[in-house]
Design a protein. Structure first.
Length: 424
C-alpha cells in the first residue's frame, strides 16, 4: 500500500521540489506558462483549459516518461515521435524534405530556377565591378549521400531535381560556386572518416571541417589573398556528439543509440598579423551553424551570418537581430565576400529573398516591400499541390498551350494569382 501511494505522490513531489535532476527535452520545446486566475477566464472555461495544459506539460518525471514512450515507439514499432523524421533501413534517420529533394518531388521548375540564377549572375557581375565576390555553395545533403537506406515506402521514380538544375545553370552561366554535394558523394568510400552521420541531418563534424577549409581556400584564390587557414593537430575518434546526433537528440529517446565512431578534429587557425581577413556575409540555412560555432569567423573580419536571410548573428550583444532593420546597400558596401549556401532540401527558396532584393537594388527597381521568402514558399507548395492533382495539372497544361508559354511558368502564374486572391 505504501509503495503504491509513493508512486502516486512521486510526480507531485518531483514537480513541486525538483528532487531528481532530469535531462531536459531537446528540440523545438515551448516552455508552458502558468496562467493566473481571473473570473472572466473561469466562467468562459479558458482558465481550466490553460491550467490543464500547463499541468499536463509540467508534472513530475514527464521528460523521463516521454523519453520512455518515444524509446518504445522507436525500438519496437519503428515509429519516430518527432515531426518530419523518417526512419530508414538499418535505423538511418532522415528528415522527409531530403528524401523529397532527392527524388525531385519538390522541384520548382526550370523556368523558376533560370530566372533566379540569371538574377544571381547579374548580381555577381555587378559585385565584381565593385571588387566584391559572391559565392554559391551547395552543401551536402543526406538524401543524396545515403539514398540506399531510404525506407521502401519512400522510394519512388527519380525525376529532375532542384539541385541538378541549379548546378547545371551555375556552370552554364559562369556563377562562382562550390559543389560539396558531389564532392561528398565522390569521396564517400575514400574518406578516412565518415562524412555523414547515421543519426544526424547535417554533414559530419569532420566533413564540415573539410568544407570550411575549402571555403577559405576558395576565397583566397578568388581574391588572390593569403588568409588565416585552419588546421588540426589531433583528431578524437568517438561516438557521435555535437551536431552528428541532432535528429536522434530531437527524438528525445531514453537510451543513446549506438553507431559507428565519428571524427572530431581539434581545430585551430593560423595566427599571423600578415594574413588578410576579408569581411564576409553569409546567407545560409542551418548548415552554416556548425562552421559558425567551430570558429570559421577567425579567418574573417567583421563577418555576419544571416540565418535564412531573416536573423543576423552576431549582433553587438551577441543576440540575433532581424535583417529587415538594416539598410541593404550599407550591408553590401561593408562586405568583401558574400556567400549563399543551401542544401538540397532548402534549394527551392535559395537565398530566401536575398538574391531578388540585391538584384532589385542594383537594377534600381523600387518595390514597396522586400522580397517575401514566405510568399515564395507558399507559391512553391501550391505548385507542388497542383502537380499532384492530375485534373488540375491538365487544365494548367491547356492554359499554357493556349498562351504559348511553358507549363512551369503557367504553374507559377496560377499559384500566385490564387494566393493573392486568398483562394488558398
Amino acid at each position: 500500500m505504501f509503495l503504491i501511494l509513493a508512486l502516486l505522490l512521486a510526480p507531485l513531489f518531483q514537480a513541486k521540489f525538483d528532487i531528481v535532476k532530469l535531462k531536459p527535452l531537446k528540440g523545438a520545446i515551448t516552455e508552458p506558462v502558468k496562467n493566473s486566475f481571473n473570473f472572466n477566464d473561469w466562467f468562459s472555461g479558458t482558465y481550466q483549459e490553460q491550467r490543464e495544459k500547463y499541468l499536463n506539460e509540467t508534472f513530475g518525471f514527464r521528460s523521463s516518461l516521454l523519453r520512455l514512450s518515444n524509446q518504445i515507439a522507436f525500438s519496437f514499432f519503428n515509429k519516430p515521435r518527432a515531426s518530419g523524421v523518417i526512419i530508414g533501413k538499418n535505423k538511418y534517420l532522415y528528415e522527409e524534405n531530403y528524401i523529397k529533394a532527392y527524388h525531385g518531388t519538390d522541384y520548382i521548375g526550370y523556368d523558376s530556377i533560370m530566372n533566379r540564377m540569371q538574377r544571381l549572375k547579374y548580381v555577381q557581375d555587378t559585385l565584381s565591378k565593385l571588387d566584391k565576390n559572391i559565392i554559391l555553395i551547395f552543401a551536402a545533403g543526406k538524401g543524396s549521400f545515403y539514398p540506399e537506406y531510404f525506407p521502401d515506402e519512400y522510394i519512388t521514380e527519380k525525376k529532375t531535381t532542384n539541385y541538378e538544375t541549379h548546378l547545371q545553370l551555375a556552370q552554364q552561366l559562369g556563377i562562382s560556386h562550390i559543389d560539396f554535394n558531389s564532392y561528398f558523394i565522390e569521396n564517400k568510400s575514400k574518406s578516412p572518416y565518415p562524412l555523414y552521420p547515421q543519426y544526424g541531418i547535417h554533414w559530419s563534424y569532420y566533413g564540415m571541417c573539410l568544407a570550411a577549409d575549402s571555403i577559405i581556400r576558395y576565397i583566397e584564390n578568388a581574391r588572390n589573398i593569403d588568409m588565416p587557414n585552419l588546421y588540426w593537430d589531433q583528431i578524437e575518434i568517438t561516438q557521435p556528439k555535437k551536431g552528428d546526433y541532432d535528429i536522434a537528440d530531437g527524438m528525445n529517446l531514453l537510451v543513446k543509440l549506438k553507431t559507428f565512431n565519428m571524427a572530431y578534429p581539434n581545430i585551430k587557425f593560423q595566427s599571423d598579423s600578415a594574413k588578410i581577413k576579408p569581411t564576409v556575409l553569409v546567407i545560409s540555412d542551418s548548415f552554416y551553424w556548425g562552421m559558425y560555432n567551430m570558429g570559421i569567423t577567425s579567418a574573417f573580419s567583421n563577418s555576419h551570418f544571416w540565418f535564412y536571410n531573416k536573423q543576423i548573428y552576431p549582433n553587438n550583444d551577441n543576440t540575433p537581430t532581424e535583417t529587415s532593420i538594416f539598410d541593404l546597400k550599407d550591408e553590401i558596401d561593408k562586405h568583401d565576400v558574400i556567400i549563399i549556401m543551401a542544401t538540397e532540401a532548402t534549394l527551392p527558396a535559395l537565398g530566401w529573398g536575398f538574391i531578388e532584393n540585391v538584384y532589385n537594388h542594383f537594377k534600381g527597381i523600387k518595390s514597396k516591400e522586400k522580397f517575401d521568402a514566405e510568399f515564395q514558399t507558399k507559391v512553391t507548395n501550391l505548385r507542388n499541390q497542383i502537380k499532384r492533382d492530375k485534373e488540375w495539372l491538365k487544365k494548367i497544361e491547356e492554359k499554357a498551350a493556349s498562351r504559348k508559354i511553358s507549363v512551369d511558368s503557367m504553374l507559377t502564374i496560377d499559384a500566385i494569382w490564387m494566393i493573392e486572391r486568398g483562394e488558398v
